[in-house]
Design a protein around this ligand. Structure first.
Ligand SMILES: [Zn+2]
Length: 357
């Protein structure tokens, strides 16, 4: 049976993107405008800009991947830029029927020109709020601690997560260079977040071993894991993650770019799905990885042969894993189930007899 799903159907799937970096998901046109406004545009056209901020296929790994952010971040230092980007990601995501997107960024990385981390956070919240109203999409905001930054800055992020909990911030994350900076020094920030009932997700097991996943869960209080690719290397930890129903936020294109996985065909997403681990599909960085949710689902379909029933399960995993209230989640689940039912019914009706085997 032909496993290829039409792009039109993939576009219509009611998707949930839980792992989307704001500073990695800027429209190239918007980056162009910001560079112009900052009088710092070294590019002759949009193509040249794209070539410089998207990751090359021969990228050497996570550290080189993260370097692309340094360039972009240097110019994202005003609240109005953050607000515009948050708004536009919501618009782009809604355009491919993403029903819930959770945007993450680190407010402490945008204060070089005098804005406070609070002003930056409020700009993201405001952009997300306006976009969700205009584009009929649910948008969450996650603030990130950064591994290579001093722990006091992570404490600051945790205080922001606690202060804006329930008024725009949905959770807290730990991001950055997992290879050269361990999570341990940030445990105080996560203690504060945990104490204040902040939802926690942590980038772990992306390039390091499964013990980083266990640490994220046991010590940092993670309820979700960013990537978690190396979970399978320790069957006991994998069983624990499965039993505790801790979702993995997986991002196919990004994982191939960072060389965490050598090819799409070898991505463990399907293995985890078949093993009963709660996997989700996400974009990570729409700009750096030149991707969107439809592209991620297309790659999961083409390379891992996932079908619509798999996608239904993955999307509902995303709904359960979302950092939303039970009430919001129930509403989202009902409408997603309804849309999926229509897509699956339509697909059954249009399937030709030859496809039955
Ligand atoms: Zn990430």
């Amino acid at each position: 049976m032909n496993h290829i799903i039409d792009n039109e159907v993939l576009l219509r799937l009611p998707k949930v993107d839980l792992h989307c970096h704001l500073d990695g998901s800027i429209r190239p046109e918007t980056m162009w405008d910001i560079l112009e406004a900052e009088k710092a545009n070294p590019f002759k056209d949009l193509e040249e800009l794209k070539a410089n901020v998207s990751v090359p296929l021969d990228c050497s790994g996570l550290v080189e991947y993260l370097k692309c952010f340094d360039y972009v971040l240097a110019h994202l230092q005003k609240p109005e830029y953050i607000k515009r980007i948050a708004y536009e990601i919501g618009q782009d995501a809604a355009g491919e029927n993403v029903r819930r997107v959770e945007l993450r960024f680190s407010p402490i990385l945008h204060t070089a020109k005098g804005s406070t981390a609070e002003e930056i956070t409020e700009a993201a919240i405001e952009g997300a709020r306006e976009s969700s109203l205009d584009n009929n999409i649910s948008i969450g905001v996650i603030v990130c601690c950064i591994r290579e930054k001093p722990p006091e800055l992570s404490t600051k992020v945790a205080e922001i997560a606690a202060a804006y909990k329930g008024s725009g911030v949905s959770g807290m994350d730990l991001a950055g260079d997992e290879k050269n900076y361990l999570s341990g020094i940030h445990h105080e920030a996560f203690r504060i977040a945990h104490e204040n009932g902040v939802n926690i997700t942590v980038h772990a097991g992306e390039v390091m071993g499964p013990e980083t996943i266990k640490y994220a869960i046991d010590v940092l209080g993670a309820r979700r894991i960013g990537h978690g690719l190396n979970l399978r290397k320790d069957p006991a930890i994998m069983e624990e993650v499965r039993k505790k129903e801790i979702p993995l936020e997986m991002c196919l294109t990004s994982n191939v770019h960072t060389k965490a996985i050598d090819s799409f065909e070898n991505h463990p997403l399907k293995y985890y799905l078949d093993s009963g681990v709660r996997v989700t599909i996400n974009t990570d960085n729409r700009l750096m990885s030149d991707t969107d949710m439809t592209t991620e689902f297309r790659r999961a379909n083409r390379y891992l042969k996932l079908g619509l029933d798999d996608f239904r399960k993955i999307i509902l995993n995303g709904v359960e894993a979302a950092f939303m209230t039970d009430n919001e989640k129930n509403k989202l689940r009902l409408s997603v189930e309804d849309e999926m039912k229509q897509i699956l019914n339509h697909n059954d009706e249009t399937r030709s007899p030859n496809d039955e085997n």
